[in-house]
Design a protein around this ligand. Sequence first.
Ligand code: MV4
Length: 449
Amino acid sequence: MFEKVLIANRGEIALRINRACKEMGIATVAIHSTADADAMHVRLADESVCVGPAPGAQSYLNVPAILAACEITGAEAIHPGYGFLSENAKFAEIVGEHGLTFIGPLPEHIRMMGDKITAKQTVKALGIPTVPGSDGEVSDEAAAEIAAGIGYPVLIKATAGGGGRGMKVAKSESELAFALSQARTEAKAAFGNDTVYMEKYLGKPRHIEIQILADSHGKVIHLGERDCSLQRRHQKVWEEAGSPALNAAQRDEIGDICARALTKLGYLGAGTIEFLYEDGHFYFIEMNTRLQVEHPVTEAITGLDIVREQIRIAAGGALGMEQKDIVFEGHAIECRINAENAFTFRPSPGLISQFHPPGGLGVRFDSAIYSGYRFPPYYDSLAGKLVVHAKNRNECLLRLRRALDELVVGGIETTIPLFQKLVREPDIINGDYSIHWLEKYLAGLGPQP
Ligand code: MV4
């Protein structure tokens, strides 16, 4: 096992990784920007190294400084967390070339899943169901014939995309040329690549993703699904495990398909296969080759420590459990508490004057904030993740209401008031929502006082 790990991240996920390391007897190195000198992730790690000024591009993405921090401290492995360098294939490669271990998938798999056309063709060949569409890149000349074959409405997507950028719907052939050129322009501006592909547009799907763990001994297991349909502008707001839309047989079926596919691929580490789910069918959209923000809901219902497994796998260890050992118990919900206005989502950095985390049975609050902390304006606005677990979904909702009432974050605006409303909404209580529910709901609320 590693003796020392460098955590190439900040905020709540740096604390999460630090906790797993400490419990495994591994020493930790934090990196931080000049703006984060007082951050909790720096205080909790054994050592810390300043890697640059406040902007992420000059600190948490500063590869030479991060490699130098490993050399100075003697860290043998790097955990990238999520965001920043976590899905940068070149970084994973460079880490290996420096005799260090990247705690994550192989560079070739990160690269493969970063290109959406390659990802889709690869997983399709491995037996994962995909959205009907163009088999690969679409040229302007071939587009109309392909669309006619798929049937309208169709969706144009950027191969370098993700997060919804460069995505355009065409409801009929008359809209196709404009959708194509808009998608290409957006993709070129955002990713420097205007390659696009085409899919059947699904009107009212849910977003359901499968968590996978794969070791270097050929063992691959799935940890069931998370329903992440409640999103705003492609930012997840509320996630649950299991999905209100799935039963145990459906979970086992799609989970086994994913685990078998990644076995054939020779995948390593933690990964998430994202699907749209509509009318009882799963359609692959993307694969994430990183630890995800919402991993704690899976931990809650499986009792597993996903970060610990990532570290064990990276050190060459074998998964300690078989698929049959994975038992799903109860229901879990995560609310992302952001430092933003609850209804306009305008960022609200500043001094946190009061902080009281919720507690009690089945309540977990992953956060790096503290009373007197100045929440910085430079990074994402996630201030904490409230994760609630109970023996069924109804009790989970009751516990979530109770935990939200206990949570106090003063001095800045947060998204807590939004969740106070959501836990009382009939559609939410009934689990009756698609990927469009939240934006429609927010639009229906109108301007807020
Ligand atoms: C789709 C879709 C409908 N049909 N693909 C959005 C980002 C991304 N990674 C995939 N996305 C979508 N792909 C087809 N064929 C609708 C979306 C989508 C979406 C997906 C998941 C969660 C929220 C979403 C919000 C709007 C659109």
